[in-house]
Design a protein around this ligand. Structure first.
Ligand code: GDP
Ligand code: IMO
Ligand code: MG
Length: 429
């Protein structure tokens, strides 16, 4: 990264835009990759040298031995997932980058996962469709100021603290949900075993990142989820429990926001969503099925089929505003090959009026009818394309239309899952 000290990569839709692939690609020119939000609800797939890899809580820079990876204070960490994931990647025989975890990151315990499931069940028809990784209950504890942070585990009175924390959880699950109590001795032992493995990697990551940036190191901030799943700016309540926008790269890493200067929005060439909540452009039909199969649109984390729709520029403009996105990178463009027509939603119609604003409630959002611009499709195989000019005319027109409607520059596009299937239109780093 020559022009900028930091680059932030965020998803602009409902997650699964290909952030992992883009992070891995741009990380080749960075020194550090830092995650700033979410936990192992994320699922980032990366492909290179014919091998597919998946990470959930470990930053996507881990596959490069020269990159330091940081799990920031804005993340929530399940130590079991972290250690299992690390061991699994190590088994590939690749030389991995270093990994640091913030002493201020909150811990996800099994009881949080259980509460996640119980709270979802209790919602009945209104369930969010969470990943059941305990994300919501852990952030609930953080905001309620009762959560346990990694830094606490080395304190002399930690055992007491953990037992009293678990006593409250056991009361909650047994009294409210009539669920059996959890054996705290077993949990404590397992927690301490895992902590022994990672404790040397636990540091004040904010201080570390600040000093490294000041010393001229290049940092890539890797977002998880997407802007439409942001707790404030997404489609509440059908969202995750953290701020997924680029603004959180500062708070979630312990840095001043002026260090977050360069934001790339990852835009899937169409829309997908896992879980509940409205999608105005949803194609619950043959077109949706075609895209789902061609794009292998099944959750990399939970295996659930992703709901599919046309690209939604109203959602994209919301992401551009709330994340300060400087340029867009279009992914999975190859998946649209073979469609006779491709639609782009440019506006919505709500209660008989045109609008480019996303309503604040799901019931109003469900009423939004997309207004489309219909574009010509293409049939040529583009998976081997190496330059923008090689694209079929209709694909070039499609990218230009996105730029025109959203007022954003498309600086590159991706035509397949592999690292090499990445085309840079204008070099920004
Ligand atoms: P993330 O959560 O944003 O990192 O995205 P996921 O990894 O969950 O989902 C994106 C999926 O699309 C992964 O399986 C990637 O390997 C794959 N992928 C990424 N870019 C492309 C692309 O340009 N074309 C195709 N066909 N697949 C892609
Ligand atoms: P990546 O980083 C897609 C969705 C869930 C559910 C909602 C809340 O791979 O893009 P949670 O478990 O976070 O409480 O679930 O958010 N969700 C994601 N959808 N990609 C993700 O991550 C997601 N992380 C959470 O499906 O609708
Ligand atoms: Mg994903």
């Amino acid at each position: 990264m020559e022009k900028f000290k930091t680059l932030t990569v965020v998803g602009t839709q409902w997650g699964d835009e290909g952030k992992g692939k883009m992070t891995d690609y741009f990380a080749q020119q960075a020194n550090i990759v830092a995650r700033f939000a979410g936990g192992d609800n994320a699922g980032h797939v990366i492909k290179f040298n014919g091998q597919k890899h998946k990470v959930t809580i470990i930053p996507s820079g881990i596959f490069n031995k020269d990159i330091v990876n940081v799990i920031g204070n804005g993340c929530v960490v399940n130590l079991k997932s972290l250690v299992n994931e690390y061991n699994k990647i190590k088994e590939t025989g690749l030389e991995l980058g270093e990994l640091y975890i913030s002493d201020r990151a909150h811990l996800i315990f099994d009881v949080h996962k259980e509460i996640d499931g119980l709270q979802e069940e209790a919602k009945g028809a209104n369930k969010i469709g969470t990943t059941k990784r305990g994300i919501g209950p852990t952030y609930q504890d953080k905001v309620s100021r009762i959560g346990i942070r990694l830094g606490e585990l080395s304190e002399p009175n930690f055992k007491e603290r953990f037992y009293s924390f678990m006593e409250e959880k056991n009361q909650y699950i047994s009294k409210i949900y009539k669920s059996p109590k959890i054996d705290v001795d077993v949990e404590y032992k397992e927690l301490m075993r895992l902590f022994e493995i990672i404790k040397v990697n636990v540091i004040d990551t904010g201080e570390y990142l600040y000093n490294e940036i000041k010393a001229g190191k290049k940092v890539l901030f890797e977002g998880a989820q997407g802007v439409m799943l942001d707790i404030d700016h997404g489609t509440y309540p059908f969202v995750t429990s953290s701020n997924t926008t680029a603004n959180n790269a500062s708070t979630g890493s312990g840095l001043p926001n002026k260090m977050i200067s360069n934001v790339m929005g990852v835009v899937k060439a169409y829309t997908t969503r896992v879980g509940a909540g409205a999608i105005p452009t949803e194609q619950d039909n043959k077109i949706g099925d075609y895209i789902r199969e061609k794009g292998n649109e099944y959750g990399s984390n939970t295996g659930r089929p992703r709901r599919v729709g046309w690209l939604d520029c109203v959602a994209l403009k919301n992401a551009i505003r709330t994340s300060g996105i400087d340029y867009a990178f279009i992914t999975l463009l190859d998946v649209l090959t073979g469609l006779e027509e491709i639609k782009i939603c440019t506006e919505y119609e709500l209660n008989g009026k045109r609008t480019s604003i996303i309503p604040s409630t799901n019931s109003q959002y469900e009423k939004c009818i997309p207004i489309y611009k219909t574009m010509k499709g293409w049939t040529e195989d583009i998976t081997g394309v190496k330059t923008f000019k090689e694209l079929p005319k209709a694909a070039i027109e499609y990218l230009k239309k996105i730029e025109a409607v959203c007022g954003i520059e498309v600086i590159g596009f991706s035509v397949g899952p592999d690292r090499t299937q990445t085309i840079i239109k204008r070099n920004i780093i």
